[in-house]
Design a protein around this ligand. Sequence first.
Ligand SMILES: Cc1cc2nc3c(=O)[nH]c(=O)nc-3n(C[C@H](O)[C@H](O)[C@H](O)COP(=O)(O)O)c2cc1C
Length: 204
Amino acid sequence: MYTTPLHIIAIVGSYRKGGIIDSAIDQILASAHEAGAKTGKIYLIDRHLSFCTNCRSCTQHAGPQYGACVLDDDMAVILRELDRADAIISGSPMNAGTVTAVMKVFIERLVCTAYWPWGAPAPKNRNPEKKKQAVLVASSAAPAFMANVTGDITASLKTAAGMLGARAIGTLFIGLAAQQQHQEISRRTRKKAQLLGKKLAAGR
Ligand SMILES: Cc1cc2nc3c(=O)[nH]c(=O)nc-3n(C[C@H](O)[C@H](O)[C@H](O)COP(=O)(O)O)c2cc1C
């Protein structure tokens, strides 16, 4: 019987191609690919994303369709790519205690995934059912346990995954990630990444 391969898209919120986040994501994708998944990667630094202006036009209409943004940039294309994915990986280094600025811009622009008409006290997710799976990847100069307690990076990535209709099934937090200019990921991290890739590829 023929089944379509699972499609996994990674969103890279690091400023460094080949850095810790990018390398860890590569390991997850390679392992998922080996297990039969189709994979792709979105580097946020290569896309043109403007700041959300808080006009809220994208949040006014009800229904499951994401609201259209008034800004003419790459956000709509990114959302279409993610919409076609069965699973998502999102990764960001911890900068100043949270996700990078480029990831934050992306997360703010996800407001279009919510219905939030004027007068409503809070946004409501248009697609509260989390049908997709997500893996979150974070890195920090500090040891992982410390960064996880002092920063909000995994919470931010988890919220963003939820807005995209995905439930986090695993997190890879890489601490001590700023020891060398060109640091390689450790064997332990590589193994964890590979397991997460397999886990993602196994789920529907
Ligand atoms: C502007 C800036 C701010 C940073 N802030 C923090 C921080 O608050 N906590 C921390 O543990 N590491 C911090 N770091 C270190 C980065 O988290 C680390 O270099 C990154 O995880 C490496 O990932 P990459 O190779 O994908 O760039 C900061 C680095 C930069 C450049």
